[in-house]
Design a protein around this ligand. Sequence first.
Ligand code: TPP
Ligand code: DXP
Ligand code: MG
Length: 611
Amino acid sequence: MQLKDIKDPKDIKTLSIKELESLSQEIRHFLVDSISKTGGHLASNLGAVELSIALHYVFESPKDQFIFDVGHQSYTHKILTGRASQFETLRQHQGLSGYINYQESIHDVWESGHAGTAVSALHGVLKAKQLKQEAGTAIALVGDGSITSGMSFEALNLLGSDPSLKGIVILNDNNMSISKNVGALSKVLTLLRGNRFLMKLRNGIARITPNLLVRVYRRFKRMIKAFFQSGNVFEELGYVYIGPIDGNDLKTVIKTLKQAQKMKKSVVIHAVTEKGKGYEVAATDNDGKFHGVGSFDKSTGNPTKINHHGMTSFSEVISTAMIAYQHIQKTFVVMPAMLVGTKFEKFYQQFPDRLIDVGIAEEHAATMASALSRNGIQVFLPLYATFSQRAYDQIMNDIARSDTKVIFGIDRAGFVGDDGSTHQGLYDVSMFYSMPNVVITMPYDAKEAFDLLHYGFSQSHPFVIRYPRLETPFDSNHLPSFDPITLSWPILSEGIAQVWISYGPGLDLLQKAKSTLHIDARIINARFIRPMDLTTLKEALDLNVPVFVYEEAFGSGTLYHHILDYMAKEGYHQKIRNMSVKDIIHHGSRTHNQMDAKMDLTALMEALKDL
Ligand SMILES: Cc1ncc(C[n+]2csc(CCOP(=O)(O)OP(=O)(O)O)c2C)c(N)n1
Ligand SMILES: CC(=O)[C@@H](O)[C@H](O)COP(=O)(O)O
Ligand SMILES: [Mg+2]
C-alpha cells in the first residue's frame, strides 16, 4: 500500500501484522526522506510509528479520540488520516501544521503544542462522553518528558480517582525529553523500564503465551502487589498499570491495546520506545540534536541549511553573554527543559553548578527562581515566550507583585514561523505589561543584548530581555563589552514627516521600508518597552505627524496601547497605527489561530501606506 493511497485509517484495518510491520518501515523511510527536505520533529516521530499505527488499528478514530501530548509526534497519525501527500508543505506558510490542527482533519481532536495537557484533555473528553452518554473512548499518548509536567500530575490525580471514567494513557517512554529527561519520576520510569533485554524477553514469552494465561498471570501479579501494597506510582493513583512493553513491537502493542480496551478501570500502558528509531544518527543522539531539525543530508544527518557567516542566533548571543558575565558576577540559571533550544549547553558544560534543568516545569521554575533570588542568588530564567504563558501566576504572584529581581531571557519572542500558532511569541509584552514592577526590554543587536544583560543584573526589579528566533551579526572572537545603557530611546534615523517606533528586529524592517517608500520618517528604537522614554516620545509627538508602531506583539497591553494611552492623556490627536492581526492575515497568513507567517515587508508597507 502506497502511503499516499491511505485516505482513511480504516484502510489499514484489513492488513495482517506482517503487512502492518512493513507499513511501519515504509512510514519510517518516508519520514526520514520527507523531513530531510522540510525539517520538522524527526526523532520523536520515528519512535512513535508503531504506537500510532496500533492506535488506528485497534480503535476507531474519531469516535475513539486520540489525544497527542504536544502533538509534535503526530506525523504517523497524519499519514494514516490521509495527509501523506501534504508533507512537502510541512511547517510552511499555509502548509501542513507540525502539530495536531483542528482545521486539518476530523481526526485531529486536541491541539496542544504545549506539553502536559493530554491527560487533562483525556479527563475532559471522557467526562463529556459520560454526560452525553456518547459511545467511544479516549486515549492519551504522553511522552516521558511531558508526563513530568505539573498539569499531567494534576490530571492523573483526578482521573485516577474517578472509577466511573475509563481512559487509556499510553506513556511513550523513550528516556528523553528534548535532551535527557530529569527528575524523580524519570528515575521511577527507569526502574520500571528495567533491563531492555529482559523486557523484550518477557514480551516475547507473552506473545507466544495464550491470552488467557497472560491475563491470569497479570491479574495474579496485581493481586500480589495489592496484597503487599507494593503498587507503582500509577497503580497507587488508581490505574491498571501494564508494562513495560516494547512500544516498537507492533504485535505486542496491538495485543496490549486490545487488553486495555476490555478493562473497566483507567489504564496506564508503559510503552518503551526508541527515540529516532530506524535512523542511526537520530537513534544514538543523546543531546536532542534530532528532536527538532532543519533540512539535512540523509546520508550523514548533517544540516543542509547554510549558516550565514558572521551571523548567529540571538539565543547564542545571550548564552555567550551569560558565559562572559560569569567573570563579572556569578549567576544561576533555572532552565525549564529548553537547554538545546536556548543554546545553553556550553554554559552548562562550563558551569554545571550554576544551572539546573527542571524539565517541563515552567511554573516550578518561576517560583523556584523567586525563592533563589530572595535568598541572594542572581537568577536568570530563560523561557520561550509562548511557554512563559504557562507560568503567568507564578511570575505575577511570586516575582512581579513582590518586585523580586529575576532576569528573564524570553526567547522566541515574536513570530516563530515553523512551529505555527501554538508557539508564536506574541503575547509576552502584554503579559508582562499587565504585571507590576516588571521592566521589559528588547535589544536591537548583540551589543544592546550584552548591555541590557549587564543593566538587568545591576538593577533590582524583575527584568525581561526578549529576543526573536532570528540571527544577528555577531563575532564570537570579539565579544561586545558590557557597558552602561540608558533608558533612552535612540533615534535610528531622523525624519519629520512621520514617526515610526519599534524594537528588536522590527527596526530593520522599518529602515528597509523607509528606503523603499522614501518617506521622511523618524525611526525610534524603543528598546525599553517599559518604562517608556517619555522625553523622546514627547519630542516626536510634538512634531504633530502620523505615528506608526511596529511590534510583533498582540493582546491589549502592547507598546502601541501604552503610547495610545499617553497620547490621549497628553491631548495628542494625530493619527497612530500599529500592525494589526488584520494586516498580517491580509498578507497571506492563515486565520489568526493558525498564524504561521513571519511578518514581511510587503505587509508593513501596505500598512504604512494607509498612515
Ligand atoms: C509547556 C512546554 N514546555 C516546553 C515545551 C518544549 N517541548 C516540546 S517537546 C518537548 C519534550 C517532550 O518530551 P516527551 O514528552 O518525552 O516527548 P518525546 O519528544 O520524547 O516523544 C519539550 C520540552 C513544550 N512544548 N511545552
Ligand atoms: C515541540 C516543541 O515545542 C519544541 O520542540 C519546539 O518545536 C522547539 O522550537 P525551536 O525549534 O524554536 O527550538
Ligand atoms: Mg520522551
